[in-house]
Ligand binder design. Structure first.
Ligand code: ATP
Ligand code: MG
Length: 553
């Protein structure tokens, strides 16, 4: 592969391998289990997993559970499910940051002994005052020059539980005048009398992220610790920790830009509120872009992989278009999904010259673009359901579907000519009448007669009924994501529920996650939460129309 077609992380890894900095590659995905993963995390997962695979290396899954307050096992289970579903195979390499609490403690003691860490008694507020600002250096902590012995004794007290929360911290001794505020003697341990999900009450001191993370990486033998851009300013501290803790062949941190989607909410805080306010049906509501929601909506791992690839890896923040995600699922399902007949806004079509009570089974290919998907037979009869919009009593120019006197093709069935309609007292069309030409069976006329319109249908007698849900962005895109008060700008039409869509019989047997194209209406997926045996609920994944054009490579 040419150098230009490799992303900047691959170029860095190539260089490291060439220069012998590392002779192998180990990457990791380290989520904090405090919420569901979203499309941005999918990028990180697939990037790290992809690099490990590309370089014949290893990929670790690691829960960053150093903070005992927020972690929830519900989230851990959901994260595992998502990572597995995306196909990022970590084999037996599932770790927890809390696995290394002993190592972190030993390293803290090591730093104290080296004169590189000290126990501080500043309050949080004093700590802020002493820290300085971007333009002014900080001030030294009054306890910065405590003796090693005293630091060891106090840190021991912190660990043994006699120190109250917040009364003492352990700080790295670096440089209070550093232009990088992260290097101004950052806190590396705090006292917190809290029970941890995995280590119970063993610890009442917990390490801070910037100290813990390089140790976790080093303990696992990570070579390339890939994270997002907001950690760039923390890299000097990452490097300080790995060097002062004297790890051999320590990992290297490389930052890339987060993936953002235009007009789409990903922030945990907002999603949590939508869930709590009952505006969405859980973290996996099909209108959200958590990985669980995308799966429920009907996205495939392949479509997300493709999307992440198209987004690329870069150092510059950018925003991707949701239409590109839609493009990816359309492209993925086009050759895979069966094309079925389903009427979402039904109106009756009656064929007056078709024999009463007769049902014909008509053969139909499952997917014209994929002959290997085979064919099926669908029932056809005198009374059909068609889409209401496929008939107009007084059509405008260029309307080629049903109107009195016009002939159209019923997909894979016959040519029919509209003879008129029946209306109720309010003027709503209740039934449409037509006649058929028995010579046109299969949808072609023997005399070469052409029709301009082809419409789909289901047999009124032999069809099933189901709920179908259509979605729009949960955000009102015209107005932007946030209101002035910081609340979300919600789109009142983000969900449309169709209770009695008419479906060809085979669709009634569909199971959770089955995906289909409903001809002319889009791609649909059977909802995994609300469907019952014989009573599927379909979610529209995406319509068939695309506004997205794939950029030229
Ligand atoms: P959020 O704030 O969006 O909930 P987070 O960064 O707090 O996300 P973590 O659990 O800490 O979530 O993230 C795990 C990994 O996923 C980190 O390496 C982080 O950099 C990466 N990550 C998070 N958001 C994105 C994103 N939008 N694009 C790419 N990677 C991301
Ligand atoms: Mg985080």
């Amino acid at each position: 592969m040419s150098e230009e077609s490799r992303n900047f992380i691959e170029q860095e890894i190539d260089k490291d391998l060439k220069e012998g900095v590392y002779d192998h590659v180990v990457t990791r995905f380290p989520p904090e289990p405090n919420g569901f993963l979203h499309i941005g995390h999918a990028k990180s997962i697939l990037l790290n997993y992809g690099l490990a695979k590309e370089y014949n290396g290893k990929f670790n899954m690691r829960f960053d559970d150093t903070n005992p307050t927020k972690e929830k096992s519900e989230f851990m289970d959901a994260i595992i499910e998502d990572v597995n579903w995306l196909g990022a195979d970590y084999e037996d390499r599932l770790f927890h940051a809390s696995d290394y609490f002993d190592k972190m403690y030993e390293n803290a003691v090591k730093l104290i002994k080296k004169g590189k860490a000290y126990v501080s008694e500043l309050t949080a507020e004093e700590m802020r005052e002493y820290r300085g600002t971007l333009t002014e250096p900080g001030k030294n902590d009054p306890n910065r020059d405590r003796s090693v012995e005293e630091n060891l004794r106090l840190f021991e007290e912190m660990k043994n539980g006699s120190v109250e929360d917040g009364a003492m911290t352990l700080r790295a001794k670096i440089d209070m005048a550093s232009p990088n505020i992260n290097m101004r003697d950052p806190i590396i341990y705090r006292v917190a009398h809290m029970t941890h999900a995995r280590t119970g009450d063993k610890w009442c001191i917990y390490p801070m992220y910037d100290f813990a993370h390089p140790i976790e990486d080093a303990e696992e033998g990570i070579t390339h610790s890939i994270c997002t851009l907001e950690f760039e300013d923390h890299r000097p501290l990452y490097d300080w920790v790995k060097i002062e803790c004297e790890y051999e062949n320590p990992p290297r941190q490389i930052e890339f830009a987060k993936l953002y989607l235009q007009n789409v909410v990903t922030g945990k805080r907002y999603i949590k509120k939508l869930v709590e306010d009952g505006i969405v049906d859980g973290w996996d509501d099909p209108r959200l872009v958590s990985i669980a929601a995308l799966r429920r909506r009907g996205f495939t791992p392949e479509s997300i992989q493709k999307f992440v690839e198209l987004c690329g890896v870069s150092k510059a923040n950018s925003t991707a278009d949701y239409a590109m995600l839609e493009y990816c699922i359309r492209e993925d399902l086009k050759p895979k999904a069966k094309r079925m007949m389903a009427i979402l806004d039904p109106v009756k079509l009656i064929i007056d010259n078709y024999p009463e009570g007769q049902i014909e089974m008509l053969p139909i290919e499952n997917n014209k673009e994929a002959p290997e998907l085979g064919s099926r037979e669908i029932p056809f009869g005198k009374e059909l359901w068609i889409e209401r919009e496929d008939f107009m009593e007084e059509p405008p120019k260029k309307y080629f579907r049903l109107f009195p006197g016009n002939e159209v093709r019923l997909m894979n069935a016959y040519f029919v000519t509209c003879t008129g309609c029946v209306k109720d007292a309010d003027g709503n069309v209740t039934e449409i009448h037509c006649t058929y030409d028995p010579e046109t069976k299969g949808g072609d006329s023997p005399d070469g007669r052409k029709v301009k319109g082809t419409i789909h249908w289901v047999s009124a007698k032999e069809c099933g009924e189901a709920t179908v849900r259509l979605y729009e962005n949960i955000i009102d895109e015209e107005k932007g994501v946030y209101n002035e008060d910081g609340s979300l700008n919600l789109n009142p039409n983000s969900i449309t529920v169709i209770e009695n869509a008419k479906l060809e019989p085979e669709l009634m047997e569909a199971k959770a996650y089955d995906k289909f194209q409903f001809v002319r209406n889009g791609f649909f997926c059977v909802d995994s939460k609300d469907s019952k045996d014989g009573a599927p609920v379909f979610n529209r994944i995406v319509s068939l129309k695309s506004s997205f054009v794939l950029p030229k490579a």
